[in-house]
Design a protein around this ligand. Structure first.
Ligand code: B12
Ligand code: SF4
Ligand code: SF4
Length: 380
């Protein structure tokens, strides 16, 4: 088969698997990308994602990860939502889950489909490796170089027809295929994604300080969520879609049907009262094979408690109180903050005196002591 015919066969197979975009590029990224990655890591923007720094020398170009790689086939699956995704942010007694996580884990979903596409290359005696998200590979710069779209000011890949609700997958191969032209930037003077960010996570256009991003804080970050972000997080219990949802290029996006077949409607808006009632076993069962399960029970409950604190819903108080004595210090610490948001500030001292005396963990004690008297907010 000629390289052209092989590429056509690949694209046909990819379309049949539900990918909306498939392009080919060289497996070499320019030095500029390595310098940008070094800038990101040098500023500590990766926060606690130590694996980014540990793999930096392989991550900066695919041919450093796999020296035999000649080409990268980059594919995108649309997960464009049908309903306006941010509506759930107003339902403060429910938890908001970002659109990509409201379904079967996309890593499993897309990897299976990539293998089907890669089989076309393998049957032509080419070597292949498939990647979704977790490998040390810069998928967005690679996608831009392949012409799938451009990295918008929010750093996510945007396509003129599909918008930015795209998940990416990559097939590296030692085969030589005809490559596509890179895409150029079409953000123009727009700044919508930068202005909407609740935690001011963009130090500059095209740069993200992950430590300030709600997705990092609710999904990747292991410890207590720093105080300054707790109120801006609102009811977002897993990820955030604000910068994606405002991008004007989404108006051309058709809904992500292939992906949505795996969607669970019950994950779009979950009553906080139900979430607070989960224990570790029920959590694992309810979120089985979704990305949420990967954060683990303690981090998930930390997020739910922050949302409970922001809910203004005092009917949640008994469940919040029950968490003050939970075996997990991370959960106890978040419960203290939630309590402080929900109770009458005049009663704070009583609550603290009752629990602080029994608290063995230094960090949790510090949580109690960090609040002298809750601010008199809407509830008082
Ligand atoms: C780490 C990571 C995160 C981190 C950091 C995100 C980030 N922007 O770096 C966190 C946890 C915050 C995150 C969040 C999300 N993620 Co994420 N994430 C990744 C991962 C694993 C690596 C990204 C990476 O290499 N970052 C390092 C920076 C340096 O690279 P970059 O973002 O390409 O930035 C370029 C420029 O913007 C510039 N730059 C960026 N920052 C800086 C800083 C300085 C100082 C300089 C000089 C340059 C610079 O340099 C880079 C190269 O040119 C990829 C999968 C993968 N293996 O690629 C998924 C991936 C990027 N994530 C994805 C998704 C869907 C999300 C979320 C939308 C999920 C959600 N709804 O909650 C959010 C989006 C938030 C946002 N605005 O970026 C998709 C994006 C698909 C797309 N359309 O682009 C990916 C590709 C996973 C996938 N396979 O589909 N993610
Ligand atoms: S995902 Fe949310 S918190 Fe993160 S950069 Fe986008 S708007 Fe900001
Ligand atoms: S919202 Fe505007 S600035 Fe942000 S990525 Fe979309 S077009 Fe670019």
């Amino acid at each position: 088969m000629t390289p052209q015919a092989l590429k056509r066969a690949l694209i046909r197979r990819a379309e049949a698997q539900g990918f909306v975009l498939t392009r080919v590029t060289s497996a070499v990224l320019p030095d500029r990308i390595a310098a940008d990655l070094a800038g990101f890591i040098g500023h500590d923007y990766h926060g606690g994602m130590a694996w980014m720094a540990e793999t930096q020398d392989r991550r900066d170009s695919p041919h450093h990860l796999w020296p035999e790689a000649r080409c990268a086939v980059v594919l995108a699956m649309s997960y464009a939502p049908v309903d306006p995704p941010l509506d759930g942010l107003a339902q403060t007694d429910h938890g908001y889950v970002s659109v990509y996580a409201r379904s079967r884990d996309y890593h499993d979903e897309i990897k299976g489909k990539l293998k089907q596409v890669a089989a076309v290359l393998a049957s032509a005696q080419a070597q292949v490796k498939v990647f979704v998200d977790t490998a040390p590979l810069m998928e967005k710069p690679l996608a831009q170089q392949a012409g799938l779209g451009w990295q918008g000011k929010h750093t996510v890949l945007v396509n003129r027809q599909q918008g930015n609700w795209l998940l990416l997958g990559v097939i590296l191969t030692d085969a030589d295929l005809p490559v596509d032209a890179p895409e150029t930037d079409h953000c123009g003077s727009c700044r919508r994604c930068l202005s909407v960010c609740p935690t001011d996570a963009f130090p500059a256009p095209y740069q993200l300080d992950a430590r300030r991003c709600i997705t990092y804080l609710t999904v990747e970050h292991k410890g207590p969520i720093p105080q300054e972000f707790r109120k801006p997080i609102g009811n977002r219990i897993f990820g955030c879609d604000d910068c994606l949802a405002v991008c004007p290029w989404n108006k051309f996006a058709v809904d992500g049907q292939a992906y949505r077949r795996q969607t669970r409607d019950d994950l779009a808006a979950m009553p906080l009262a139900d979430m607070l009632g989960l224990d570790d076993a029920a959590f694992r069962q309810f979120f089985a094979s979704t990305p949420i399960k990967r954060t683990g029970f303690a981090r998930f409950m930390r997020n739910v408690l922050i949302a409970a604190g922001n809910s203004g819903d005092r009917t949640l108080l008994p469940q919040v109180e029950a968490c003050l004595t939970h075996a997990e210090p991370l959960i106890r610490g978040a419960a203290i903050w939630a309590l402080a948001q929900l109770i009458d500030p005049a009663r704070w001292q009583n609550w603290r005196d009752r629990y602080l005396v029994h608290e063995p963990d230094e960090d949790v004690r510090a949580e109690w002591l960090s609040i002298s008297e809750p601010e008199r907010g809407l509830l008082s």
